[in-house]
Write a protein of this length. Structure first.
Length: 565
């Protein structure tokens, strides 16, 4: 998410095939696990002598540099090792390194944070206000070429947009960014405009601090090994074998270390789902995400859990590379020829639901708190209608003289994604004369290629929210957003987003403007929404305290514990 953690293109969509990424969700259906844990004499569940959690994921870590990370795997690991001003607990943003809530000016534009006196880096250096200044300037600097650079002006930090604007006199002059260190432990942030969700954004990893001296000493090696990274959060990385996995140990110098129960976390890279399930059933790992037939096999188990995420997955259609995709009729034909319900029922099987709009349901509510965005705006903007889809496609072919086309469907290299790609290829090939060529790539390659716009159809695209506001889904599709690699541009859409962005002090007007923007977006159909992701998993009954979060790290292990068993 990339949720958020976003993933591949735009903050970029990030594939939910990661075993650790439980697909951010608010709410959902979860079955409580039974436990055979032994009890202590006091009647409480007794802890195991060794507090070690074993997990598996499908992909390696692309980067540990918070200013360059764009995918869920990277963000989740950074969130386990580095702390920012805020963090998410139980889907609420709460102070972490910020010593309580900030002081906010009457006009809502100046935030003054006090940094905890007991916040330190793993090399002994104190975490200072300058660490935030350095990291934020680096993130906003055009030379960094961060896919997430846009989140700085999204937070409305003063001058952030101008610093990124090639036509501005302030271009590249990061010293003008509205952030400064009043003293070692006092950080002052000035905004261009009131931003109601600003403090919540401080829990997003892109806004985390970096120790300038250490980062510059490491140079290009920064974050490529446990020794080339600094830690100030709950865990420290103790090993990282590329392609095999990594391990964390509790950070004794973390300010809240007393409340971190798990002493060690081992994460193995295992791409094959059947192998991961076998590791789970033989007690080699303590949790496994399920899909396809494994859900049918284990759905009646007491160890089975299911939830609905607030991440939305979609096909990204590259108008820059494929002439046919410039025509709205073709984009709509692709959307309407795909049976999303069949996909979630027969392929996903994990509680996912069809998505026929951009903003997920049960994610964000109106200013008065009474209306879900998805309930207030239209529930869907298109329906599965293969007959109408074929009619649109035939009209396009007739008008342009097109006889046949071949489009590449780019996705990642897990066995599950091959099944997914084959489903969508077969659906799209119902359009007469269309041939789909599937191209599976390793995770890092997929991210790199889609971020560069080297794709016809990006089949591993998805988005998990970075903060709890519709804008986290909407603003990345503007013409100037570097994350928008689809080539789609719409001046009306750009204007609506701009107008909504200036209504921070008028929440209801802003809400209506965001609904209007989504309508323009979906009626133009630059992407094909597939599904709002659900999740299904098995968790050992002796593992307690794992928290599935809709924002922040997908699987919160900070208060997890292993019971005697």
């Amino acid at each position: 998410m990339r949720r958020k953690a976003k993933w591949s293109a735009p903050l970029v969509a990030i594939l939910l095939v990661v075993s650790l990424f439980l697909t951010a969700c608010s709410g959902g259906d979860s079955k409580e696990s039974s436990t055979n844990a032994k009890k202590s004499g006091s009647g409480k569940e007794a802890l195991a002598d060794e507090q070690v959690l074993n997990l598996a994921t499908t992909q390696d870590i692309p980067t540990l540099d918070s200013t360059l990370a764009t995918d869920t795997v990277s963000f989740d690991q950074i969130l386990r090792m580095v702390s920012g001003l805020y963090t998410y607990y139980n889907n609420k943003a709460v102070p972490d390194l910020s010593d309580g809530e900030p002081k906010i000016s009457d006009d809502g534009k100046v935030y003054t944070f006090k940094i905890r006196e007991d916040a330190n880096w793993s090399n002994g250096d104190p975490v200072t206000a300058d660490d935030f200044v350095y990291a934020w300037r680096k993130l906003d600097d055009p030379k960094t070429k961060s896919q997430y650079a846009y989140i700085v002006p999204t937070a409305h930090i003063k001058n952030a947009a101008a610093i990124q604007d090639e036509n501005s006199d302030m271009y590249g002059k990061t010293e003008n960014l509205g952030v400064k260190a009043i003293d070692d432990k006092t950080l002052q942030v000035t905004l261009d405009k009131a931003t109601p969700y600003f403090t919540a954004m401080m829990a997003f990893a892109s806004f985390f601090p970096q120790n300038q001296k250490f980062v510059e000493e490491q140079g290009k090696n920064y974050g490529l090994s446990p020794d080339s990274f600094l830690y100030n959060g709950p865990y420290k990385m103790t090993s990282w074998n590329q392609g095999e996995g990594w391990s964390f140990e509790k950070n004794p110098d973390y300010w809240d270390a007393k409340d971190i129960t798990m002493d060690k976390v081992n994460i193995s890279i295992v791409k094959d789902l059947s192998t991961r399930v076998n590791l789970y059933t033989t007690d080699k790992i303590d949790m496994v995400d399920l899909s396809e037939d494994f859900i049918d096999q284990y759905k009646d188990s007491d160890e089975y859990h299911q939830f609905l995420d607030n991440s939305v997955f979609y096909l990204t259609l590259n108008e820059n590379k494929v002439p046919e995709f410039k025509d709205k009729r073709v984009r709509k034909a692709i959307a309407m020829v795909i049976d999303e319900q069949s996909y979630v029922d027969n392929i996903k099987k994990d509680g996912s639901v069809p998505a026929q709009a951009l903003i997920p349901k049960n994610f964000v509510f109106s200013p008065d708190g009474n209306k879900d965005f998805r309930g207030d705006a239209p529930e869907s903007y298109f329906k599965y209608d293969p007959k109408a889809a074929k009619k649109l496609w035939d009209e396009y072919k007739k008008d342009t003289g097109t006889k046949s086309v071949t489009w590449e469907f780019k996705t990642t290299d897990t066995p599950q994604q091959k099944t997914v790609a084959e489903f969508f290829a077969n659906q799209i090939e119902q359009l007469d004369g269309v041939k789909i060529k599937i191209n599976q790539q390793p995770w890092n390659n997929y991210l790199d290629l889609t971020q560069k716009g080297d794709y016809d159809i990006a089949g591993g695209s998805g988005w998990g929210p970075d903060y709890q506001d519709p804008m986290t889904f909407l603003d990345m599709w503007t013409s100037s957003n570097e994350s928008n690699t689809s080539g789609w541009k719409n001046p009306k859409y750009d204007q609506l987003i701009k107008e909504a962005d200036n209504l921070g002090d008028k929440p209801q007007e802003r809400w209506e403007k965001l609904k209007e923007a989504e309508k323009v977006f979906m009626e133009d159909m630059p992407i094909v929404p597939e599904y709002q992701a659900g999740g299904a998993q098995l968790i050992k009954p002796y593992v307690k305290g794992l928290v599935h979060q809709s924002l922040g790290m997908g699987t919160d292990i900070r208060h997890a514990k292993i019971l005697k068993h």
